[in-house]
Design a protein. Structure first.
Length: 190
C-alpha cells in the first residue's frame, strides 16, 4: 500500500527504470518526443501509482485522487489497460500495451511481469479473484481466473489458462488448462 510519499517515490523510482531506458538525457528526450510505447506504459503506470497514493489519503489531501483516477482511465483506454489501485505491489513491469484486464479484487505480489493480452479475473460466478505471489512472470495471452493462489517465482507460459491453484514455487505452467511443465518436456533453451 502506497500510503506515504516516501513509499510512492520509492515505488516510482523502482519501476521507472524498466520504461525509460535511454542512458543519456538525449535518448530519454527522444523516447518522450516520439511517444515510445514504453513511455505510454510508464505514463499509465505512474498515474496508477499516484491514484493508489491519493486513495490512501484523508480529507482534502484526497482530492487529487479524482484527477489521477481520471487520467489513469483515459490513458488506459488509449493503450488497452483496465486496472484499479491497490492490486499490484511495487516492482510491476508491463512489457506490451493492449488488452490487459485485472480484477480489483485480485492481489499481485512484488516484481511481477505482464507481457500483454492478459486477464487476471474472477470466474464469473463469484467476485473472488486470484492471489498471485512475488516474481511471477505472466506470458503473452495468459489468463488467470477464479479464486486461486499462485506461489512465488512461477512462470506462466504464453496462452496458458490457469484455473486452479499452484502452490509449488518456481515451476512453469503451460497449456489449457494450465499444468506444470515437467523436466525434459519440450523446453526451449534447455
Amino acid at each position: 500500500m502506497l500510503d506515504t510519499k516516501n513509499k510512492l517515490k520509492e515505488c516510482l523510482k523502482r519501476e521507472k527504470k524498466y520504461y525509460i531506458t535511454g542512458k543519456k538525457r538525449h535518448d530519454q528526450l527522444v523516447e518522450w518526443l516520439v511517444n515510445d510505447p514504453s513511455v505510454r506504459i510508464w505514463k499509465y503506470q505512474k498515474a496508477l501509482r499516484y491514484t493508489e497514493y491519493y486513495f490512501c489519503q484523508k480529507g482534502i489531501k484526497r482530492l487529487p485522487y479524482l484527477w489521477y483516477r481520471s487520467k489513469r482511465n483515459r490513458l488506459g483506454l488509449k493503450i488497452g489497460f483496465e486496472m484499479v489501485e491497490g492490486v499490484f505491489e511495487p516492482g510491476l513491469v508491463i512489457y506490451h500495451s493492449g488488452n490487459i484486464v485485472v480484477n480489483g479484487f485480485a492481489r499481485v505480489g512484488e516484481d511481477c511481469q505482464l507481457h500483454g493480452d492478459n486477464c487476471i479475473g474472477n470466474n464469473g460466478t463469484t467476485l473472488e479473484a486470484p492471489r498471485i505471489g512475488n516474481r511471477v512472470d505472466i506470458g503473452v495471452g495468459a489468463k488467470i481466473i477464479g479464486n486461486i493462489e499462485i506461489a512465488d517465482d512461477i512462470k506462466i507460459g504464453a496462452g496458458a489458462v490457469v484455473t486452479k491453484s499452484f502452490l509449488t514455487p518456481g515451476v512453469t505452467l503451460v497449456g489449457i488448462p494450465a499444468r506444470i511443465l515437467k523436466k525434459g518436456e519440450n523446453q526451449i533453451g534447455e
